[in-house]
Write a protein that binds this ligand. Sequence first.
Ligand code: ATP
Ligand code: MG
Length: 430
Amino acid sequence: MSQELILLKCGEIALKGLNRRSFESILLANLRHRLRRIGKFSCQILQSTVTVDCLDPDADGDEQTRLLGLPTKMDRAYDECLRVFGFVSAVRAKGCEKEPEAICRLAADYLAPQLRAAKTFKVESKRADKSFPLTSPELSSLVGGYLHKRFPHLSVNVKHPDLTVRVEVRDRAAFVHGDADPAAGGLPVSSSGRGTLMLSGGIDSPVAGYLMARRGLRIDAVHFHSFPYTGERARQKVEDLARIVGRYAGDVDFYVVPFTHVQETLRDCCSPEYFTILTRRFMVRITEALALRAGSGCLITGESLGQVASQTLDGLRATDGVAERLPILRPLIGLDKEDIVAYSRKIGAFETSIEPYEDCCALFAPKHPKTKPKEEELLEEEAKLDVAALVEDAVAGTVLTLLRYGKEKTVVGALSDVSSPDSASPRESV
Ligand code: ATP
Ligand code: MG
């Protein structure tokens, strides 16, 4: 029997008209980047379907890993494929010559475990190759009849079968597979550009990063850290969260901003009731400076309307006002906490997010923060400070770490010591 392969159906990019080619090439580059660390794979796109073949399957090795209950190369590749944005569904399949008898035999042999487990089934066929001698219904009924003979316990149920056997006659070969799994959806990472995620140690911001990566943004993550008030474990937790976002977003550039001096200055020079909102304004200014430096096109936060005092319309306006050149995207703005938690669990971030380490936001937080701060009042408070110098110092002291998918991290160091910014790459990887 032929070797197994993976079929991935493209989602929205199939509708991209003239731009489709460039979306497809980013999608393939992202996929190859993911699979490279597992083995040698060939990824080809045809008729909005990507076929992934393993070129170094190492059959004995795989057999042994199977006996030991470990995932094979194909298992691992499939798992990766399910997290690559741009595909709507994924399925493992086998191919054979475009010949009716070969197709029947392959369906019975390859899908034998599922066919044995099912009580009802149906066959669905598709012909992309119109020169194939049978029509789709004729092929379905031929394969169905053959399977019925080989597995007499089965009965046909066209409305709600336990198993749908699918046959696809394509240009290259005929493929047989069972039901497909839903894949990650969205657009290929980097196809929409680059976004700078404000990443805290909470539940919300990793989900925001995941959602915007799904809309095709490559993600840089910026974290504000107030050492020694917030410790190394808190920083490490956020790095772990950046890695979790990276399981979907691929490579992530991770910036840690030294925020102690800004926060102490605000505590010492400004009225306490404005502390929270002023802190957030500084976060946005610094993040925007870092984003512009990296060639990113937007800021991303995990804010949701009304969730806390700083996320009221007035609070949001107060932070929007200081982002001078880039938009702030807030993908969670209309979601309830419950929805956000469901996403957080789905992407595997929840257990890490609830680890109990202090965030710098909780530091020096006033008992009675202003919920409706007036623009003039904020400007009056900030007039007591050298805002530009505080922003510049924080940016210069920011430490950049490259989190490359599936690899050890590389600490680049403080930005004041880094000559040129990490160039904006058109792909998920640099
Ligand atoms: P989260 O669960 O993401 O921490 P939150 O509900 O705790 O969010 P806030 O603390 O008000 O809300 O933060 C709102 C947003 O501001 C966060 O979603 C995140 O994008 C950003 N943010 C907060 N703290 C930090 C931080 N220390 N570093 C970077 N960004 C931060
Ligand atoms: Mg928080």
